[in-house]
Design a protein. Structure first.
Length: 241
């Protein structure tokens, strides 16, 4: 196969990654740099079996043309990355949280946002908003109506998932409207990759048709429509795990 799945292991990180065997060793090191935090010029690569038995050291050729496929690399082997210059400062250290810049938002600004836990509790009279004094008068059946009106079936889109929208997935809008499974407006998306939860049907009701595991329903405020072409997974340095 032209693509191999390896467990990348280093002092800073450990993850499963896919690489093309046609990558030169220098290109491989460049791709590993943002993953392990070790400069490409300081990386030492060792290929191991899953039981940590050493197979060989991976080194570039003098002319820089040697590829990953030159070595006896197989799926699910371990690619151990270490620094051949331990005294040099590393670009990243994923285990040192003091190197991570913290994002701080003023409470007044947070209170203005409509897609937070606080806003959700306020809308549904939960927690300290249970007395109804601060509750918003929002009809659940019309929730996200304004956002849904800006989305049209058939358009390319990008869906932002995760706490801060850090997980991006692309696809095509296949449905916009109300559903039987939850009140309010929803957007049905057919993802480019099999990262969905259904085929456009939920609880036996078909809202649209797509391939299995390519469909999903998300709230309209998570969807951005526009020029979002299908991505080439093998053209990305950081692949999804």
């Amino acid at each position: 196969m032209s693509v191999v799945t390896l467990f990348v292991d280093s002092q800073n990180a450990s993850s499963e990654r896919r690489f093309q065997k046609s990558l030169t060793i220098n290109e491989l090191k460049t791709r590993l740099e943002p993953i392990v935090g070790i400069p490409s010029t300081s990386q030492r690569l060792m290929l191991l079996q899953q039981n940590n038995t050493a197979v060989c050291e991976i080194q570039p050729s003098a002319d820089g043309t040697r590829m990953l496929g030159y070595y006896p690399v197989e799926d699910y082997m371990v690619l151990q990355v270490s620094s051949d210059n331990p005294g040099a400062p590393q670009q990243l250290n994923f285990n040192d949280t003091t190197q991570v810049e913290k994002f701080v938002m003023a409470d007044e600004e947070y209170d203005k946002l409509g897609n937070t836990v606080r806003a959700f509790k306020r809308r549904h009279n939960m927690g300290r908003f249970a007395d109804g004094k601060s509750a918003m008068s929002i009809d659940e059946e019309d929730e996200f109506r304004n956002e849904a009106e800006k989305i049209t079936v058939g358009l390319r889109c990008e869906v932002a998932l995760g706490v801060a929208g850090e997980l991006k997935r692309r696809g095509v809008v296949r449905f916009v409207g109300k559903t039987r499974f939850r009140p309010g407006f929803w957007v049905g998306v057919e993802y480019d990759e099999p990262v969905g939860k259904n085929d456009g049907s939920v609880d036996g009701v078909a809202y649209f048709e797509c391939r299995p595991e390519h469909g999903s329903f998300v709230r309209p405020d998570k969807v951005a429509v526009g020029d979002f072409p299908e991505e080439d997974l093998f053209d990305s340095d950081l692949e999804e795990m």
